[in-house]
Design a protein around this ligand. Structure first.
Ligand SMILES: [Fe+2]
Ligand SMILES: [Fe+2]
Length: 188
């Protein structure tokens, strides 16, 4: 079911519960059904939030590569990824969704360039392989963007989880491999 349809159904259920509570109180303020329905109403946002936000990525200390400006870039990437996931999960306007995706892609490119320059400046021996991995990732994400531009929201069922795995695996795997070399060169 499409997210917009789901949101509409949730809103309709909430509306019906409010009417039922009101009608219950018309008969008596001690009507237990109305009080039970109030409790249900209070629980709905908690349950909805849990269901709607399964893919928010949290920064963890273990993701640190031990270089401050790179960690800051990675934190920014994670927050842009979360912005996109929120826009995507809540099916906000397509313009907002598109903007969040474009922002993530352009910051990713900016970060990759910066990281590659840092590795080149300090003669990192695995620069070519690392750069090749960046290029593959940019290629994958550009395919998604193109598909999105053609088909809109529904084309990207997998994109949010793909991007989370894609980014975290790279930060937590390949990026960490340069830490020791750069620390030896005095980069922190
Ligand atoms: Fe990185
Ligand atoms: Fe990288």
């Amino acid at each position: 079911m499409e997210n917009r349809t789901k949101s509409f159904i949730y809103a309709a259920i909430i509306g019906l519960i409010i009417v039922a509570i009101f009608l219950g109180f018309l008969s008596s303020m001690a009507n237990p059904i109305s009080w039970i329905l109030i409790a249900v109403l209070l629980l709905i946002p908690i349950l909805y939030k849990r269901k709607a936000n399964p893919q928010q990525v949290q920064w963890r200390e273990e993701y640190s590569v031990g270089i401050e400006h790179i960690d800051n870039d990675h934190k920014k990437l994670i927050s842009l990824l979360n912005n996109f996931t929120i826009a995507y999960d809540y099916a906000m306007s397509e313009a907002f969704e598109k903007e969040a995706l474009n922002e993530l892609v352009s910051y990713t490119k900016y970060h990759f360039d910066r990281e590659e320059k840092m590795m080149a400046d300090h003669d990192y021996p695995d620069l070519t392989a690392h750069k090749a991995q960046h290029e593959v990732m940019i290629g994958q994400v550009e395919n998604f963007v193109q598909l999105y531009n053609e088909k809109g929201h529904d084309a990207l069922d997998e994109i949010a989880s793909f991007l989370s795995d894609w980014l975290i695996n790279h930060i937590n795997g390949t990026d960490k491999q340069y830490s020791e070399h750069l620390h030896n060169k005095g980069v922190y």
